[in-house]
Design a protein around this ligand. Structure first.
Ligand SMILES: CC(=O)N[C@H]1[C@@H](OP(=O)(O)OP(=O)(O)OC[C@H]2O[C@@H](n3ccc(=O)[nH]c3=O)[C@H](O)[C@@H]2O)O[C@H](CO)[C@@H](O)[C@@H]1O
Ligand SMILES: C=C(OP(=O)(O)O)C(=O)O
Length: 427
């Protein structure tokens, strides 16, 4: 569905306080993991985002019932699995749905899941997911665009990931939680979203040890009970607003966040001359005092600088005098923001996965988001630019930012969006 664009009159300073939304990338695997239990589960901190609606559609396809009980709370209950497949129409909307495979294997011992396919920022393989499954005793066949998998009675053992993968670690955990197997995962991801998934599963009675380290030991249990859990705040949303504050040279307070989850960004912002004041669950970003300095940034797995904040950082650095270099080896083609920022006057030269950015004053222009975080980069640029920026491709922003126009307005931005069209899209 085509949504009306986001219109931003740039040049206004932001201020005040904003509560960070719950984490999309933690909520999605936790919703999928809820399929492993036959008892009702209450979840708090589920953001109202199109990706969440896609996962809920997949969950209801396989037999889950859910009901929203508050703005960000729902109950979900899967008394029994009715299907063990995840169809292409839904998997193709969102790559993260590939972790349905682990949950279906865990609960039913079999799964047929479509290949997730490409995405706007390039090739995103799932070879590590499949290698982990096979090494642990799951038979996996690729068949005309689908993966068909069956858990054998010999399931269990050890797998060493060849690289840190968040989704691969999620999938292997989900497949291993139920049963009488023991699984050891080495070189596992220590991402906040993996730690939160393990916290949730253990709260339901799973036996997973080593959360936050690279070695996980998963001892299968007979069943998971129901329960209640609160998902962590969204560190990528928090980081996006931190950079929006820096780009507009503002002072902004963000509440409901984990300062330790955004420290790679806080360090970079401090290096640039932005003041960061941390409290237990809030943070002040103050970019009003001094001229900001250029920096070099390279993305890494958590706790390094996240690829999901790279396009936004590129937009911010495009406004800072001097030369910065941004490199994204995690997703080497994550560059769809560049041509759009150039339409706004940005001076960015691309060489391989490096961007050489020379800061200038940006001007408003009509631009188009081709993926979620490229869209975030464009709204940051639009907030600083002189004149009007009209951002098309808002459906991508709805994947990751709850109620974006209203929230930006609440901190002083001059942003307009036809909210009727937005509401009908989220129905
Ligand atoms: C829904 C969700 O949570 N998505 C996030 C998740 O994606 P996702 O879980 O897909 O990302 P991964 O952590 O798996 O990818 C990390 C790196 O490993 C590579 N790789 C991964 C799996 C595999 O089988 N083979 C392989 O080569 C990828 O191409 C990439 O270079 O983590 C990414 C990296 O932090 C984020 O950008 C995404 O926003
Ligand atoms: C890239 C993202 O999500 P996905 O992995 O679902 O594409 C993201 O959240 O920035």
């Amino acid at each position: 569905m085509h949504l009306s664009p986001l219109r931003i009159q740039g040049g206004r300073t932001l201020g005040g306080e904003l509560a960070v939304q719950p984490s999309k990338n933690a909520a999605l695997p936790i919703l999928v993991a809820s399929l492993l239990s036959s008892e009702p589960i209450t979840l708090h901190g589920i953001p109202r985002l199109s990706d969440v609606y896609t996962i809920l559609e997949l969950a209801s396809h396989v037999g889950a019932q859910h009901a929203w009980t508050g703005p960000n709370s729902l109950t979900i209950h899967t008394p029994q699995l009715l299907h063990t497949d995840a169809p292409y129409a839904l998997v193709s909307k969102m790559r993260a749905s590939f972790i349905m495979m682990g949950a279906l294997l865990g609960r039913a011992g079999e799964a047929t899941v479509s290949m997730p396919g490409g995405c706007a920022f390039g090739f995103r393989p799932v070879d590590q997911h499949v290698k982990a499954f096979r090494a642990l005793g799951i038979e996996v066949q690729e068949d005309g665009g689908n993966f068909q998998a069956t858990r054998t009675p010999e399931f269990g053992g050890r797998f060493v990931f060849e690289m840190l993968t968040v989704g691969g670690t999620h999938n292997a955990i989900l497949a291993s939680v139920l049963g009488d197997s023991v699984v050891t995962l080495e070189n596992a991801s220590i991402d906040t979203d993996v730690v939160d998934l393990i916290g949730f599963l253990n709260a339901l009675g799973a036996d997973i040890r080593g959360a936050g380290t690279n070695t996980l030991e998963i001892r299968g249990v007979r069943a998971l009970r129901g329960g209640e859990y609160r998902v962590i705040p969204d560190r990528i949303e928090a980081g996006t607003f931190m950079m929006a504050a820096a780009a507009t040279r503002s002072r902004l307070t963000l509440t409901n966040l984990r300062p330790d989850h955004v420290r790679a960004l806080s360090s970079k912002l401090s290096e640039m001359g932005v003041q960061i004041l941390e409290s237990a669950d809030s943070l002040v970003v103050d970019a009003t005092a001094t001229a900001l300095r250029p920096v070099d940034v390279t993305t890494q797995s958590y706790p390094g600088f996240p690829t999901d904040l790279q396009p936004q950082m590129s937009a911010l650095l495009a406004t800072i005098d001097g030369v910065s270099i941004v490199q994204d080896p995690v997703y080497k083609d994550r560059l769809t923001h560049v041509a759009e920022l150039q339409r706004m006057g940005a001076d960015i030269k691309v060489s391989g996965y490096s961007q050489v950015i020379r800061g200038v004053a940006l001007r408003g222009a009509p631009v188009k988001a081709a993926d979620l975080r490229a869209g975030a980069a464009l709204f940051i640029a639009g907030l600083t630019a002189e004149g009007e920026t009209v951002i098309d491709g808002v459906e991508y922003l709805n994947r990751g930012y709850e109620n974006l126009a209203a929230r930006l307005r609440s901190i002083g931005a001059d942003v307009y969006q036809d909210e009727a069209s937005l509401a009908s899209a989220m129905d």
